[in-house]
Design a protein around this ligand. Structure first.
Ligand SMILES: [Zn+2]
Length: 318
């Protein structure tokens, strides 16, 4: 996989305004600045102090934001576009963050919470949507009309990009793929349902299932990378669940490309295994023509997507 080291060579289309992206993750927070020529001139990350609560998280963002703004020099004196990706979404009725797995942030008026701290208006977007937008525009899905970007990290999210624009839908739920149940008798999910994909294919879900079965507390990556009969069985089942979930996506929207991201997407041969698995199950089809691709932007897709989201919000010239 090509990783974040390639970020320096990424060129955004030039813009009239510089932009700063913030990727507020459950474990890491990353901030990037893109100047008006489209050059990424700053990118840094820190651990998200989720255990210390919202104020500590906000302070950590401010520290990175100030450094990002300084990297823009005199450009930052004028108007500045700011986008922030976060797990969950803003509730349309209340304006409050909901469904974030960084639980201490749920219920906050997130746009206001961050914009008052940094003194700039901020566009907030779901983190998986940011990932999908970045990969569809600058990464593995570039050139494909309809891109479904899947994140397999601690949780499991997705985003849908059509003709370079995010499709979010009237409920802002497009891509909330991780909370479709594929087993009504399956494990209880934090969302209240049973057998959500998130409980079966995400890093957190895999680790929980392994703990139930073996009594061992280990990371999803070690479950998938270690040799051993039980590990192989788990890995095969994991790929099977992913295929079942993606079959639903292909048979509903039939995207031109599926891009895999998040820590577990580095699993060797995963994209090929999903392609083979889908080939055997699609309705009336002998093979699967959908390219299943590993991301090109690595961990930085989220933060670059936040920049793109801020620029899109302003209109095509942004
Ligand atoms: Zn769920």
């Amino acid at each position: 996989m090509e990783g974040p080291q390639n970020v320096a060579s990424i060129r955004f289309p030039s813009s009239t305004l510089p932009a700063i992206g913030i990727d507020l993750g459950g474990t890491k927070t990353e901030v990037a600045a893109v100047d008006s020529t489209g050059r990424v001139c700053f990118r840094e990350r820190c651990a998200t102090p989720a255990e210390e609560g919202p104020e500590a998280i906000r302070q950590a963002i401010v520290v990175l934001f100030v450094a990002a703004r300084a990297s823009l020099g005199s450009e930052a004196q004028g108007p500045l576009l700011v986008g922030m990706g976060t797990p969950g979404s803003i509730d349309l009725d209340s304006g409050l963050l909901r469904n974030s797995n960084t639980l201490c942030l749920n219920g906050l008026r997130l746009e206001e919470w961050i914009s008052t701290a940094i003194g700039r208006a901020v566009v907030v977007e779901n983190d998986a949507n940011c990932f999908a937008l970045a990969e569809a525009t600058l990464g593995a899905g570039r050139g494909s009309r309809v891109v479904f970007g899947v994140i397999l990290g601690t949780g499991c999210g997705a985003g849908l990009v059509v003709d370079g624009q995010l499709h979010v839908g009237p409920n802002r739920l497009a891509g909330e793929w991780g909370h479709l149940s594929i087993d009504p008798a399956g494990p209880l999910c934090w969302c209240g349902q049973r057998g959500c994909l998130e409980t079966l294919v995400s890093g957190g879900g895999l680790a929980a299932r392994w703990l139930e079965q073996t009594g061992e507390r280990v990371s999803a990556k070690s479950i998938l990378s270690n040799e051993g009969e039980e590990n192989r069985r788990f890995t095969d089942r994991w790929i099977g669940h992913l295929c079942r979930g993606l079959k639903g996506v292909v048979q509903t929207i039939d995207p031109d490309a599926i891009v895999l991201g998040g820590g577990l997407s580095n699993h060797p041969g995963l994209a090929e295994a999903i392609g083979r698995g889908l080939a055997g199950t699609l309705f009336g089809a002998k093979d699967c023509r959908t390219p299943v691709l590993v991301n090109r932007l690595g961990d930085s897709a989220g933060v670059l997507g936040a920049v793109l989201r801020a620029r899109r919000d302003r209109g095509p010239e942004g």
